[in-house]
Write a protein that binds this ligand. Sequence first.
Ligand SMILES: [Zn+2]
Length: 117
Amino acid sequence: MRATRPGMPLVEREIEVLRLIAEGGSYAEVAAELQLAHASVKNYAHSAIKKLGARSQAHAVHLAHLAGILRRERHGDHAGFTAHVRRGEDPWACTQGCPEGERAYRAERRQQRREAA
Ligand SMILES: [Zn+2]
């Protein structure tokens, strides 16, 4: 098994556990929410702390926020579309509704301009 080291990317489960901890959840509550064993939640939290190079759970939450890891991604509307652009991604390639949301937004803007003219 590969050793967990600072700087390694967090896996989805570690991020989920960290997000629920950041929202105030205890290990028991996180375990219930994610339908995981208490020991698994503890392992995910500890590996997340290690990967972030944090000294505690609170420090890990702080570092994860700074790194944008706990940011909730928005999709399906103009805000979600522009968020892709800010992240350096192609918003038209999104499969979670951003292109459709943007087309609807642009159509609405065109309609507003026509009505204003
Ligand atoms: Zn999107």
